[in-house]
Design a protein around this ligand. Structure first.
Ligand SMILES: NC(=O)c1ccc[n+]([C@@H]2O[C@H](COP(=O)([O-])OP(=O)(O)OC[C@H]3O[C@@H](n4cnc5c(N)ncnc54)[C@H](OP(=O)(O)O)[C@@H]3O)[C@@H](O)[C@H]2O)c1
Length: 257
């Protein structure tokens, strides 16, 4: 079959338009479009929301207080009132979303928002809802040192690391494609200025840190590349060139067994 000059021109124009549209939205084919953010009002959660919006995602925020959330998240975000301790509220929150990023974290060592209730049971409730909603991906912000029960943070903060590991385990066992990100100590400051280290094995190391802004960038990039799926890794920042090739960065990680 021979193509007429007109047909060739039409195909070339269609390809060019497609490339411009893809460039505008920075979209990678197959990546999720509507993302639920749990913990959206938190310090990292707010940055995750901004990063998602910058990449053209539709964002729904699961929040406990919609008035507070509207103030901190602005009006480009859909809000759903809910609580990770209350599974009944999560069904509506997940409906119609493609993926979820969780940045929830306990408040205090004891009380209703203690680590057991949020970092384990709350995360497990999110995972169950993601299974029911057939989420295409679940990105979980966890923590470095979760496999080290003797870490002093466990004594100080209600076994927070032990409960976070149980939350991670629930996700890994769920069958939902996932990325578990284990940051070192979180700091406030800009993202995109430092080299980001990805490690596996949760080895004992002297204190490592990363900015919440860089952590938010990693969480959003994890949605964009299939190479990030079914990986668990620790991350921290060090002096050096910022990441440019996220696909290669994720591809260098071992998939979980
Ligand atoms: N701080 C560190 O150095 C460090 C180190 C490693 C890992 N991490 C982890 O990194 C993540 C982000 O930390 P961050 O300091 O940015 O968090 P954060 O500011 O403390 O925010 C926590 C978020 O969780 C939400 N949340 C708490 N209980 C909830 C519930 N029952 N239902 C729904 N949402 C609930 C909070 O909502 P409200 O606004 O309604 O309270 C808030 O949006 C956490 O998982 C944290 O454990 C922190």
């Amino acid at each position: 079959m021979t193509l007429t000059r007109r047909t060739v021109l039409l195909i070339a124009t269609a390809l060019a338009v497609g490339a411009v549209v893809a460039g505008c939205t920075n979209r990678i084919s197959g990546e999720p479009k509507k993302v639920l953010v749990a913990g959206a009002t938190g310090q990292t959660g707010q940055l995750i929301v901004s990063e998602l919006l910058a990449y053209g995602y539709e964002v729904r925020a699961l929040v406990r207080d919609t008035t507070k959330a509207r103030k901190v998240l602005g009006d480009k975000v859909e809000l759903v009132q809910g609580d990770v301790k209350d599974p009944a509220t999560l069904t509506a929150a997940f409906a119609g979303t493609d993926a979820v990023i969780s940045a929830v974290g306990a408040r205090g060592a004891k009380g209703p928002d203690r680590p057991e209730a949020i970092d384990y049971e709350g995360v497990r409730n999110l995972v169950d809802a993601a299974v029911d909603a057939r989420s295409r991906q679940f990105v979980l912000i966890s923590s470095r040192s979760v496999t080290q029960p003797d870490n002093p943070l466990n004594k100080l903060f209600g076994n927070v690391l032990i409960w976070k590991l149980k939350g991670e385990d629930a996700l890994r066992a769920s069958g939902v494609p996932y990325t578990v990100i284990r940051p070192g100590g979180l700091t406030n400051g800009p993202g995109g200025n430092l080299d980001l280290v990805f490690e596996q094995g949760d080895t004992v190391r002297a204190q490592t840190t990363i900015t919440r802004a860089d952590l938010a960038r990693i969480a959003v990039q994890a949605l964009r590349y299939p190479e990030a799926r079914n990986r668990t890794f620790e991350t921290s920042a060090q002096p050096g060139a910022p990441v440019t090739d996220w696909r290669a960065k994720f591809a260098a990680l071992r998939p979980d067994p």
